[in-house]
Design a protein around this ligand. Structure first.
Ligand code: ADP
Ligand code: MG
Length: 574
């Protein structure tokens, strides 16, 4: 295969694989079946990594995470109809997160269309709402053109998902090698810079701020702006706040990181610079009461349509974050300026951080059993390798975990994201592990899951074991969604009534042994109830790198977050 000598024949599947390789696509995730199996085989033959998953949704999450981690889209390969429909969740999630992704879906044979063909579905149309580009090549010769355009569209401008439809008859159709023209690998995305007067104005607004704040979003992580933003933070002594996936662009333990005073910082800042973070629900729309009504926003984004959403910004800087951050740095190189350490603002923030940290520490030090979230995460944090990836999802598990578990490197945290998607964890972890194995062997992936979140894609544990990926799954188990019941209360509830009528909707089966899902496939499993058991199992698994592992951590089923200043959005602290 691969289109041998001149005048030879080449199949549609081989053309797809070669076109992807020419566009420098390195990873493909999917579930094979009619009609796409040959595509996976052809891709593997050319050295594209194919990772077979157990559900298209998880495969699509994995492919999208590759895009975020490497800046080059991963491919999700799915079968027609239901296969493609399962992948829509992953496409939507990628598009919401502004992550590049290519989905390739097999579809029914062209000459059976409208006849009720096997798994027939209007796939190109269906994907339009979930992507920036959705198309079907018109012939085998056209495949390389569409693939180049999909790859380019996925990474140019605001990154996002693209769909390519491949009718079943294309997969096996033979074309003449000489008639196929592969398009050269598309150029890297052009780097755009902000308008110079706007940059000067932004610098002047920052200089005049009394209570400045930088917010570092996942757009900054995606654009590899870590060096320039860190420089800006240090050179100007500015407080910064990472968003959930902006964590690690500047390390969480940097003295200027004010995560522990998040609400306070947002509420009283008078100038806020947004580095690739949207003013959506995660940032409380940029509106009072979470912000001052007259706060001046400086928005940096690659997408012009984003500028001005929900607030009227003081300055808009349209461009690549890394490039624009450098432009800002130039201003402060020309006329150096530092926000004073002894300012009232820094004092306020430091005080608040101290008192918030004290409350968390106090909760963490509680000796009572079952453990609470804070106790669990403090013990995990103590042992986490500095360079590990942290994947997380769940409600309290993710929200509290984020405040305790530290990130020190950019693009090393993956979670439910802009769309608040549950079920992303194992797919993301698999993607991070596969990429890490190629680029930085030895790195571990710690996947912190609520018990409910784990259930969305639990069978991907088999995938993890099949590829023997360096993943440690922590299932923080409270027997339910938000909150569950302890085993005694559960028994009592069921004594009175039949399960179907009596089980509260939030409850999952108490004391479920999720670790046995891991041992079923040859990985290591631990069921832990005490801090000592947690510490020991984590130490053992960090030392023994030979196998994936799942630690099922039983916590107080009614455990919650510490009291918050604001309650009016359930997940308001994201
Ligand atoms: P967070 O969830 O961290 O707040 P968002 O996903 O809301 O982040 O925002 C990320 C923003 O970053 C998006 O508006 C996107 O358009 C923007 N973005 C992505 N890549 C770049 C880039 N290279 N340069 C500038 N902005 C970017
Ligand atoms: Mg739970």
């Amino acid at each position: 295969p691969g289109g041998g000598g001149s005048g030879g024949q080449v199949s549609g599947a081989e053309v797809i694989a070669q076109a992807l390789k020419t566009q420098n696509v390195k990873y493909m995730f999917g579930v094979v079946g009619i009609p796409v199996t040959d595509i996976a085989l052809a891709a593997q033959e050319l050295g594209i990594r194919f990772i077979g998953m157990r559900n298209e949704q998880a495969a699509c999450y994995a492919a999208s995470a590759v895009g975020y981690l490497t800046g080059r889209p991963g491919v999700c390969l799915v079968v027609s109809g239901p296969g493609l429909i399962h992948a829509l969740g992953g496409m939507a999630n990628a598009n919401m997160n502004c992550w590049p992704l290519i989905v390739i879906g097999g579809s029914s044979e062209r000459n059976q269309e409208t006849m009720g063909a096997f798994q027939e579905f209007p796939q190109v149309e269906a994907c339009r709402l979930y992507s920036k580009f959705s198309a079907r090549p018109t012939s085998i010769e056209h495949i390389p053109v569409v693939i180049e355009k999909a790859v380019r569209s996925s990474i140019y401008g605001r990154p996002g998902a693209c769909y390519i439809d491949v009718p079943a008859d294309f997969v096996t159709l033979q074309g003449n090698v000489n008639s196929i023209k592969y398009k050269e690998c598309c150029l890297p995305p052009p780097v755009s810079m902000a308008d110079t007067p706007a940059v000067c104005m932004a610098a002047s607004v920052i200089r005049n701020a009394k209570q400045p704040l930088l917010i570092v979003g996942k757009g900054a992580a995606y654009s590899h702006a870590e060096d320039s933003i860190k420089k800006l933070v240090e050179q100007c002594n500015l407080p910064f706040l990472p968003t959930p996936m902006g964590k690690g662009v500047v390390p969480d333990d940097h003295p200027n990181c004010v995560s522990a005073a998040r609400s306070r910082a947002l509420q009283f800042a008078d100038v806020i610079v947004l580095f690739g973070a949207r003013l959506n629900w995660i940032l409380h729309f940029g509106l009072p009461p979470r912000y001052q009504a007259d706060v001046k926003f400086i928005q940096i984004d690659i997408c012009a349509e984003e500028l001005g959403n929900n607030v009227r910004p003081s300055v808009t800087l349209l461009g690549d974050i890394n490039a624009v951050s450098k432009q800002l740095l130039e201003q402060f190189d020309k006329t150096p300026w530092q926000f004073p350490t002894d300012s009232r603002w820094w004092e306020t923030l430091r005080e608040k951080m101290k008192s918030n940290e004290a409350v968390s520490k106090e909760l963490a030090s509680k000796k009572s059993l079952p453990m609470n979230y804070y106790t669990v995460f403090y013990h995990v944090q103590e042992q986490l390798p500095r360079d590990c990836f942290i994947v997380s999802e769940g409600a309290n598990t993710m929200d509290i975990g984020r405040t305790v578990l530290q990130n020190y490197l950019p693009r090393h945290r993956l979670d439910a994201g802009t769309f608040g998607t549950m079920g992303v964890g194992l797919g993301f972890a698999i993607a991070a592990a596969v990429v890490a194995r190629d680029r930085s062997p030895g790195k571990r992936v710690i996947c912190v899951e609520g018990d409910s979140a784990f259930g969305f894609s639990g069978m991907e544990v088999e995938t993890i074991c099949r590829y023997n990926l360096p993943i440690i799954l922590l299932v923080v188990n409270n027997n339910g969604i938000y909150q569950g019941l302890d085993a005694d209360t559960w028994e009592k509830t069921l004594n009175f009534q039949e399960a179907v009528t009596a089980v509260p909707p939030m409850c999952l089966l108490p004391n479920s042994h999720y670790e046995q899902v891991m041992t079923a496939f040859g990985g290591k499993g631990y069921f832990v109830k005490t801090p000592e058991e947690l510490q020991n199992s984590l130490r053992q698994t960090l030392e023994d790198t030979s196998k994936p592992c799942l630690i099922n951590i039983m916590i107080e089923p009614q455990s919650t977050r510490k009291a918050q200043d604001f309650h009016w959005l359930t997940r308001s602290n994201m």
